[in-house]
Design a protein around this ligand. Structure first.
Ligand SMILES: Nc1ncnc2[nH]cnc12
Ligand SMILES: [Zn+2]
Length: 322
């Protein structure tokens, strides 16, 4: 049981958190046939590439500022309901542009959702703008420029997500320079679909303070030592890793081994309904399946607050709430 524990989430894609029932209602509202991607209340995909396609199709039924406010508020309300005090949402202003809503309206709807949720429960949230590897370096640079120029106090981080097998991290280094110069926190999806080399790439080309997943670093024990020495924080999403087949089962998942090797680890849900999970379940897995004590789980939550892309005052306030 982890219901008595305070929770923090650093790694969740906003559209990836869309509840299937809400997506079905949105699809009906816009007359979109989503039957190939949403069946019997569950999202349908069969491998990483088809997951990304399904994700994009689901995202298409969120079209207006109000749609985004509602989606954000709905997810943050769910998190607040399980005693989550802080959430970082991975968002894609590029997606807002692609669907014709526009990046500003997309972000403004999301910020309205954050405002509504915070008013009800006090949950604190920040946004990590992401570029998608499969749209190429120019589009990722565009996302970084948008995040840098937005001067929006809720946009505090920059990420690289999408098809990890497309290009190498160095191809996207310029985008991270732009984000770093703007004072944004940096994190990169690496070591999820690709192996340890991809995590080493991220450290060599960008050296972010955090890495999304990073779990396949376990394939190279020198790299694990490097992560521990650097204090790089891993945003680990065990349910996602099992659903996507990164590891065959929880028994072979390296969360505990990474922690025991001194790597700073945290737990998140990634794209919860796509992977039949939730932040609640991830905490339950940490306690039950991985056998962590309450104190060990609290320590991971503390690590997440320490690694959060927030100002010192907010960080102190969050630590005080733990
Ligand atoms: N797990 C994941 N890996 C890479 N890109 C993503 N976009 C949404 N979820 C993702
Ligand atoms: Zn992710």
């Amino acid at each position: 049981m982890t219901s008595h524990l305070k929770k923090v989430e650093l790694h969740c894609h906003l559209e990836g958190a869309a509840p299937p029932a809400l997506t079905a209602a949105q699809a009906q509202k816009y007359g979109v046939d989503i039957s190939a991607e949403l069946r019997d209340g569950a999202y349908v995909w069969h491998d990483f590439a088809s997951f990304l396609e399904c994700y994009d199709k689901v995202s298409e039924v969120y079209r207006t500022e109000e749609d985004y406010a509602l989606l954000t508020e709905t997810y943050l309300d769910e998190l607040a309901g399980i005693d989550t005090i802080y959430s970082e949402l991975i968002v894609s202003p590029d997606h807002g542009k692609r669907i014709g809503l526009g990046a500003d309206a997309y972000i403004s709807g999301i910020c309205e959702g954050i405002r509504r949720a915070k008013e009800k429960s006090g949950i604190e949230a920040r946004l990590i703008v992401t570029g998608e590897r499969h749209f190429g370096p120019e589009s990722v640079i565009g996302a970084a420029e948008y995040a840098a120029k937005a001067a929006n106090p809720l946009i505090t981080g920059f990420n690289l997500a999408g098809e990890e097998r497309r290009g190498r991290v160095a191809d996207y280094a310029r985008a991270f320079d732009i984000a770093r110069d703007a004072g944004l926190g940096l994190t990169i999806h690496a070591g999820e679909v690709c192996g340890a080399f991809s995590v080493a790439d991220a450290l060599d080309a960008v050296r972010p303070s955090r890495i999304g997943h990073g779990v396949r670093a376990i394939e190279d024990l020198d790299l694990v030592t490097r992560l521990a020495d650097l204090g790089t924080v891993l945003e680990i999403c065990p349910g996602s890793n099992i659903a996507l087949g990164v590891f065959p089962d929880f028994a072979s998942h390296p969360l505990r081994r990474l922690k025991e090797a001194g790597v700073r680890v945290t737990i998140s849900s990634d794209d919860p309904p796509f992977f039949h999970t939730s932040l609640k379940r991830e905490y339950e897995l940490a306690a039950g399946t991985f056998g962590f004590s309450d104190a060990e789980i609290d320590a991971m939550t503390r690590t997440a607050i320490e690694a959060a892309f927030v100002d010192d005052e907010t960080q102190k306030a969050l630590l005080a709430r733990l």
